[in-house]
Design a protein around this ligand. Structure first.
Ligand code: FES
Length: 118
């Protein structure tokens, strides 16, 4: 089964979508489809750079290090993109330290204007 993963950020005007098979992680699918945005790190749950929050849709997940994802994060659907597998179409937003990196890749001019306070 193939699902649509949508990454959105209204404030930074980001709206990216890509297909993801049920047996591949969201991060793997993003890389396979040539999309950019969510940083590619270890791809195994160890570095924490791929943190996202799932806003809509169900997913399964593999174990995630408590160093990066707390119980509260999990309860809030804040997860590692390399460790989640869609069970429906998903809508995600970028969180924390990777948000600016995503914005820079998606729209460098917009990030520059945010830095300048415009
Ligand atoms: S890429 Fe390292 S935790 Fe996801």
């Amino acid at each position: 089964m193939n699902y649509i993963i949508r990454v959105i950020d209204d404030e930074l005007d980001i709206d990216e979508s890509f297909g993801c098979n049920e047996d591949e992680s969201v991060l793997h699918a993003m890389h396979r489809t040539g999309r950019k945005g969510i940083p590619l790190g270890c791809r195994g749950g160890g570095c924490g750079v791929c943190t996202v929050q799932v806003k809509k849709g169900h997913y399964s997940h593999k174990a995630m290090s408590a160093c990066h994802i707390s119980e509260d994060d999990l309860a809030n659907d804040t997860v590692l993109a390399c460790r989640i597998f869609p069970e429906q179409n998903l809508e995600l937003c970028i969180t924390g330290k990777i948000r600016r990196r995503f914005a820079a890749k998606a729209n460098p001019m917009l990030l520059a204007s945010h830095r300048a306070g415009r």
